[in-house]
Design a protein around this ligand. Structure first.
Ligand SMILES: Cc1cc2nc3c(=O)[nH]c(=O)nc-3n(C[C@H](O)[C@H](O)[C@H](O)COP(=O)(O)OP(=O)(O)OC[C@H]3O[C@@H](n4cnc5c(N)ncnc54)[C@H](O)[C@@H]3O)c2cc1C
Length: 613
């Protein structure tokens, strides 16, 4: 399976639109400049294309295999893992002190889009391993750091996050796994976790599980949960491996997609021999786990964007080749030849829609990552401001991008026609693999509740006001451009809709029910407005760049035919031209859904409360 990504757009968003070059001037990134991070990007793409993509289809067809407690990963995964670990890619963002590359988050997001877009099943293990390394580096004792961090970030050992139990999915506070303190300060763990990604496999000799468990007499709910480091194989004080730690994988799930990623049931302490080590303090488990979950939520949103990007590129390549029907311009000519389907208006609409949503997702994710970097590079109020932006945007990254990722995959499958539904082409796998991103790391329903109940009210609504205020600024600039004026006014109307709805909703006597009922459409409305704002902002930049090329080459736009011919010969001009068309299309097609959703919510309709189910 080939992997294609619009590297030109990734570069545009990173280096022309976002001030990544400025970011790299910080002391923290002294080892890096635009040229060297550009090389990192190209190397990552090469690995994605040459190592990860070729085993994506095998991963799907053969899948992870369970036998007698052991899990074997599909052919190609082991070699790919070796390349990734030898290149230090798991520690991409980690401090050089612990063997990391020390790159900014924004670069990590771009690299992870390639890895995830090429093979999401494989990349999940990297995400979790990286997360465990960062968690122990951030919250572990000196001893824990010494024993685990470098080995995990180097990929010598992998990692997992273990929250879910049969009765505790969204309701994590219902977890029952027990942790009883031993005399030496370690804990004896007993319990069963389900749906654990990469809970068992043959990539590494050891796996470090981060497990939520409840100590005796701990309060009910999430407040009573503590977090434990539980190695699959015990680790001796000198770092060497000891005895197995009584962690048994008794099943892997048969799933709709991501077959190359083993989703495991793990039994801890079935022979009373499972030892865990407290990370942080007792009762802090959920608070700490949120650090890992929030990072993972952004990466799961990235899975949606990456699937969309892969599916769009595959569909575009197919549409340029596949001949079918006559051109609409020759509808009445029976002798006209078949044309590539990319010439049919409906196919063009699906492809431009896919491109627009992909780029909007990429923009939201990269900007959130940039805010994350700025949080660490700044101090005091400034740093807190960026932190609050990341917090508010996290459920949007997760839910908006995963939801639209699936929709884009669907449009792209449709471009392939009947072949899209077959296994001959990658479209169906992209779609099956993308669906899970709407479910794990907190379902999109739970993300929307977090968004409306915790994130929107943050700092008395100041954070959302600032983020939407930036959209207002984009409107104010774009409205003076003749080509972007109409889309800009559509953005203004959508912003007004959000403002009105927030005022109206809070005044209703049934405000709580209405907010609970409408959390997902509310999240979608804000995600759509942010997507439009960022694409319009990019379009304005693209206009300047395109204008400079046209001026330099002495080309005008009045003669439409000549301008079109010129675009066919100048890739850069065509790229900027397309950025503008993409933003216009998104504004016209996506922004009206904000008003439609708003109208549905403002109607006060509450039938789901009254229907008998
Ligand atoms: C392939 C795969 C990999 C996974 N990997 C991991 C992993 O590595 N580690 C891990 O710990 N877990 C993992 N999970 C578990 C995953 O995070 C859970 O499946 C998910 O959080 C939902 O829990 P649930 O399946 O029990 O669904 P439920 O909680 O039963 O939810 C069912 C439906 O009810 C809705 N719902 C539930 N509560 C509410 C509420 N209060 N208000 C509104 N709606 C609600 C949900 O949104 C959902 O639509 C994985 C799952 C899968 C399928």
């Amino acid at each position: 399976m080939d992997y294609r990504v619009d590297l030109r757009d990734v570069r545009f968003q990173l280096f022309e639109w976002l001030p990544t070059a400025k970011l790299l001037e910080a002391e923290r990134f002294a080892d890096w400049d635009v040229e060297s991070v550009g090389m990192v990007l190209e190397e990552a793409l090469k690995i994605a294309q040459e190592q990860l993509a070729p085993c994506n289809e095998t991963g799907d067809r053969v899948g992870a295999q369970w036998s007698d407690g052991k899990v074997t990963l599909p052919e190609g995964f082991h070699e790919a893992f070796q390349t990734v670990t030898e290149g230090g890619w798991i520690g991409l963002l980690a401090d050089p002190e612990v063997g990391g590359m020390g790159l900014p988050e924004v670069l990590g997001t771009a690299v992870n889009e390639f890895f995830s877009g090429a093979n999401v099943s494989f990349s999940l293990t990297l995400m979790l391993t990286r997360g465990v390394g960062h968690m122990i580096a951030g919250f572990g004792t000196e001893e824990q750091k010494r024993l685990f961090v470098e080995k995990v970030l180097a990929g010598q050992w992998c990692g997992t996050m273990c929250l879910t139990e049969a009765q505790a999915g969204s309701d994590v506070g219902a977890s029952k796994t027990k942790a009883v303190k031993n005399a030496d300060g370690s804990y004896q763990i007993t319990g069963e976790k389900i749906f654990i990604t990469a809970g068992e496999h043959d990539l590494t000799e050891n796996i470090i599980h981060l497990v939520l468990a409840r100590t005796p007499d701990a309060p009910v709910g999430t407040k009573g949960l503590s977090l434990f480091i539980i190695p699959k194989i015990k680790v001796n004080p000198d770092g060497s491996l000891g005895e197995p730690n009584d962690v048994y994988c008794n099943n892997i799930e048969e799933k709709m997609g991501i077959h190359g990623s083993p989703t495991c049931t793990l039994v801890f302490g079935q022979n009373d021999g499972c030892t865990g080590f407290l990370l942080g303090e007792e009762g802090e488990g959920m608070k700490l786990m949120f650090h890992m979950m929030n990072a993972a939520r952004i990466e799961v949103g990235l899975q949606g964007a990456a699937a969309a990007g892969s599916a769009h590129q595959a569909a575009l390549a197919y549409a340029r080749e596949r001949l079918q029907s006559r051109s609409w311009k020759e509808m009445r000519n029976p002798d006209a030849p078949q044309v590539p389907i990319v010439e049919h208006p409906d196919v063009r609409r699906m492809l431009l829609g896919a491109k627009a949503y992909t780029e909007a997702m990429r923009a939201i994710l990269l900007q959130t990552s940039y805010y994350h970097d700025m949080h660490f590079l700044t101090e005091g109020e400034e740093s807190e401001k960026y932190k609050s932006y990341v917090e508010l945007l996290t459920p949007i990254c997760k839910a908006w991008c995963s939801e639209w990722g699936v929709q884009v995959c669907h449009w792209c499958l449709q471009v392939f026609g009947g072949y899209g539904y077959t296994r001959e082409y990658p479209a169906e796998q992209y779609m099956r693999d993308a669906v899970i991103a709407c479910i794990y790391e907190g379902t999109n329903g739970i993300q929307a509740l977090d968004f409306v109940a915790r994130k929107l009210p943050m700092n008395g609504g100041k954070v959302i006001r600032e983020l939407l205020g930036a959209a207002e600024k984009t409107f104010n600039t774009a409205k003076s451009d003749p080509e972007l004026m109409e889309p800009a006014w559509m953005l203004a109307a959508a912003l007004k809709q959000i403002e009105t709805i927030s005022k109206e909703l809070t005044k209703r006597p049934d405000a709580i029910q209405m907010v609970l009922l409408n959390a997902p459409p509310l999240l979608d409305m804000v995600g759509t407005v942010l997507g439009a704002h960022l694409l319009l902002d990019q379009a304005m930049l693209a206009k300047t760049k395109l204008g400079a090329i046209l001026a330099e080459k002495g080309v005008g736009t009045d003669d439409k035919k000549a301008y079109k011919e010129f675009l066919k010969t100048d890739e850069e001009a065509a790229f900027y031209h397309n950025k503008i068309q993409t933003a216009i299309h998104f504004c016209y097609r996506a922004l009206p859904t904000v008003a439609a959703k708003g109208a549905a919510i403002r109607s006060g309709e509450r039938a789901p409360f009254f229907a008998i189910m």
